[in-house]
Every structure is written in C-alpha cells, then in structure tokens.
Design a protein around this ligand. Structure first.
Ligand code: DOR
Ligand code: ZN
Length: 454
C-alpha cells in the first residue's frame, strides 16, 4: 500500500490538498488527511495484512490523474527504427502519460482481427504504460468492423485524407458505410483533410492549406449528424474548424475534438519560433512538417480562445528519424509525449504575460476529457475505485527542453531550447511507480490493454 501525503490534487473542478491511499492497483481513499491507523484499518479490511505501507511526502508537488494521450503513433510493427512499444511508452511515462491510444497506420496496418492480435501481442510484451489500440478503417472493412466480435479496440480511426502509411478512405461510399455501421456506442476518430483538395494544392506546390481541413471536418460532422453517431475530430488546426465544432455541439451533434501541442504552440510563419532561443531556429524546417500543417497565429489563438470547445489535448506523437527528416522527401510528423505536460504547465504559469489556461483545464483536457470521450471508466480521475494512475509534478523546477536525453527513439523535438517550468517527478501506473523523475523503473510488458469494453 502507498500513502501519498499532502500533494495538491488537480482535477477539472479545482486544486485541493489531500492524501491518497493506494491499495494494489487502485485508489482506495482520498481525504484531507489519512492517518497511518486509517491505512492499517483499510489494510485489514482488504486482507492485505502482509503488505507494508510506503509513504511518499508530496508536499509542494502537484498531482494530476495520469495523462491519457488519445493520439500516439508507436510505430510498431513495421518502423521500429523510429520508435517501438517500449520507447514510445517510456517517453509517455516520462511525460506523465499513463495511457496511450495507439494509431493503426503501422506496417502492416491494424485493420482486421489478425493484425489487431499481432499489434496487441507486441504492446503487451513491451509497453510500460496502459494502452488502447484503434482499428483502422479501409475501403472494404466496414462490414468487418460492424460484425466482428468485439476486439476491444478503443475506436475506429479513419484517414479521410492521406498521411503516413497507406490507410485512406476518401470516397463518400466507404465513409458513409463506416459512419452508418460502426457501433454507435463508440467513437470514429477522423483525420479530416479533403484528399482531392490536398492533391489539387500539392500539384500547385502548396502544402495542405486550411481549406483541406475545413472541407473534410465539415463533411465528418455532417456524416456523424446524419448517422446520429459519435465522431472525434483529430488535431483541429484552424479557426474555422473550431467554429464548425462549436456550432455542431450546440446543435446536439455527437462531436468531440482534440488539439495538439504543436498547433497550440507553433505557427507556420515561425512567428512564435522567432521569439525562441537561437538554438531552436537552426532546426530543420522539415522538423516542423506534419499533417495537418502548422497554421497562422489567428488559428493558434482561436484554439486557445476556444478551449471550452476542445475535449482533449492529444500529442499526435509521430516520431521520424532525423535522417528521414533530412532526406529529400521528409515524412510528416513530430514527437510530443515528453513535452506535452511541461509546455502546458508553462502556459498555465508563464514567466511573463497572462496564463493561457489553468491547472484544472489541464486535468480536463489531458485526463478527464479523454477518459470520457473514449469510455475509459477507470481512468482520468483521482477518486476511490479508479486506477491508481498518477502524475506528480514539481511545479517549481525550471529546465530547458533538449538538455536531457529523450526517451523517444527519434531523439529530437520541435521544442528544443524552450525553457519550461514544471517537471514530472513520479509517474504511477495502477499503483506501480514507473518513472522516478530520471529513469523508467517499470519492467517491459507491465502496461495493460484498456478498452471501453473492460
Ligand atoms: O504528421 C502526421 N504524422 N500526421 C499524421 O496524420 C500521421 C503522422 C504519422 O504517422 O507520421
Ligand atoms: Zn496521427
């Protein structure tokens, strides 16, 4: 049993000093003060007589529910030189993330029972945090996704526009089939960029302008509304998409959405980067290429100004090696798991200027919102009966991103050189310490599969 004393617990509702008692994998009690005798009574009641009580003094630390990142590319199977299940989940727990939902654009892609079983086996062997797996939509697996006995997938991922890998469902018919037939009690998460527009502009040397995302986000919302089913819009990047989602939500459509840290902190015209330390500006432009791309400052501000419409902040952790990024045809995507929380904590407590969000906003967007959208009933909240997934943070630690080695195999970050405030000091997954502020201390394979079915 573990008694964590006097941390400042952060929830969407506020920040409150409290003790947390962990018994086995779950939170047993949360109270202003839990005495050793109370813990002993509970230990006896639970038949845990031979367990010792470990105490951790968390005075001065913030305690978040373990973060849930609903958009992660772990790259395994097929591109283990970029990342694998172990390195991706080490990066996760170093960033305070205790559950990752993994994208299906691997090689082979996860699109049926056997590729799902293969990906699941790899994850079970290597993950150090909990994980869910998406099933990938294809032009001809709508029937399968509908009728297959439940695989335990966290949702269906549909690439309505092309990106890394070969998953693409761009035509109305297969899109509609999926929207109509995929079980309505779970989410279709969409990469919404209109492929004909992407191709049209590519032929003219323009990379995925806002109209691409706006057209397809409007289409995804319309499909969801007609089929009366939930849709989750991944990586919202433009002001117009925010308006579309706000309007859809207020009209009662079952629409949720996420924003990424790169769209919240970086802009296309490098305006934000120009204010960064010199070291960063020497980074390759290709390191800032992702789908959808970075946008204008008005779009960045629209995301921050409409956080109430956003359900999740998700990293779209998409590592590629530096060699690949330096090549003639650099792939799109940036890593994000290790920098998500420090960036948000700094935005909540900036050295100068007004805060962009509050600590409770972070708990809503990175913990409670993701658990709600994806139906992860034991995750995202610090309360009795929930999994003891916790992220302890020293809010006073100031450090520079890139000064310490990253756990991600790709070894680089678009935020190198950024001075941030707030460092993860401990990460617990189901009551087990997995990261101690410096090293990952959990054995490979200690992560567990989670799904809305469980
Ligand atoms: O930039 C991106 N990279 N966007 C995506 O949609 C896919 C991702 C990847 O897998 O590399
Ligand atoms: Zn992605």
């Amino acid at each position: 049993m573990i008694l964590i004393r006097q941390g400042a617990l952060v929830s969407a509702g506020g920040v409150q000093r409290a003790d947390i008692l962990i018994a086995g994998e779950q939170i047993a009690a949360v109270a202003a003060s839990i005495r050793d005798e109370d813990a002993a009574t509970l230990r006896a009641a639970q038949g845990r007589h031979d367990e010792t009580l470990h105490t951790l003094d968390a005075a001065g630390l913030l305690i978040f529910p373990g973060l849930i990142d609903v958009h992660v590319h772990t790259r395994e199977p097929g591109a283990e030189h970029k990342e694998d299940w172990h390195s991706a989940t080490c990066a996760a727990v170093a960033g305070g993330v205790t559950t990752v939902l993994a994208m299906p654009n691997t090689s082979p892609a996860v699109t049926d029972a056997s590729s799902f079983a293969h990906a699941l086996a790899l994850a079970q062997r290597k993950a150090v945090c909990d994980f869910g797996l998406y099933l990938g939509a294809t032009n001809d697996n709508a029937g399968l996704a509908e009728h297959m006995p439940r695989l335990g997938e966290c949702g269906l991922k549909m690439y309505m526009g092309s990106s890394t890998g070969d998953l693409l469902v761009q035509d109305f018919e297969p899109q509609y089939e999926h929207f109509a037939r995929y079980p309505h009690d779970r989410v279709i998460a969409v990469h919404a960029e209109h492929e004909p527009a992407v191709q049209y502009f590519a032929r003219r040397g323009v990379r995925r302008p806002p109209i691409c995302a706006e057209l397809e986000t409007a289409r995804a919302i319309t499909l969801a509304r007609h089929c009366r089913r939930p849709v989750h819009i991944c990586h919202l990047s433009t002001r117009r998409e925010i308006e579309l989602v706000r309007e859809a939500k207020s009209g009662g459509a079952r629409v949720t959405c996420e924003a990424t840290p790169h769209h919240l902190f970086l802009t296309l015209d490098y305006e934000v980067q120009a204010q960064m330390p010199a070291g960063l500006r020497t980074h390759l432009p290709a390191c800032y290429a992702m789908n959808p791309p970075l946008r204008e400052l008005v779009d960045l501000n629209a995301l921050w100004d409409n956080l109430d419409v956003i359900d999740c902040i998700a990293t779209d952790h998409a590592p590629h090696s530096l060699d690949e990024k330096r090549s003639a045809r650099p792939p799109s995507g940036v890593p994000g798991l290790e920098t998500l929380l420090p960036l948000l904590l700094t935005a909540a407590n900036p050295p100068d200027g007004p805060a962009r969000l509050s600590l409770p906003d972070i708990a809503r967007l990175c913990c409670e919102g993701p658990a709600r959208v994806f139906g992860l009933r034991r995750k995202g909240t610090i309360a009795p009966g929930y999994d003891a997934d916790l992220c302890l943070v020293d809010p006073t630690a100031t450090w520079t991103i890139g000064d310490r080695p990253l756990f991600s195999k790709c070894g680089w970050t678009p935020f190198a050189g950024w001075r941030v405030r707030g460092a993860v000091s401990h990460t617990f997954v189901r009551g087990r310490l997995v990261f101690d502020g410096r090293a990952v201390v959990a054995p490979m394979g200690s992560g567990r599969h989670v799904s809305p079915d469980a």
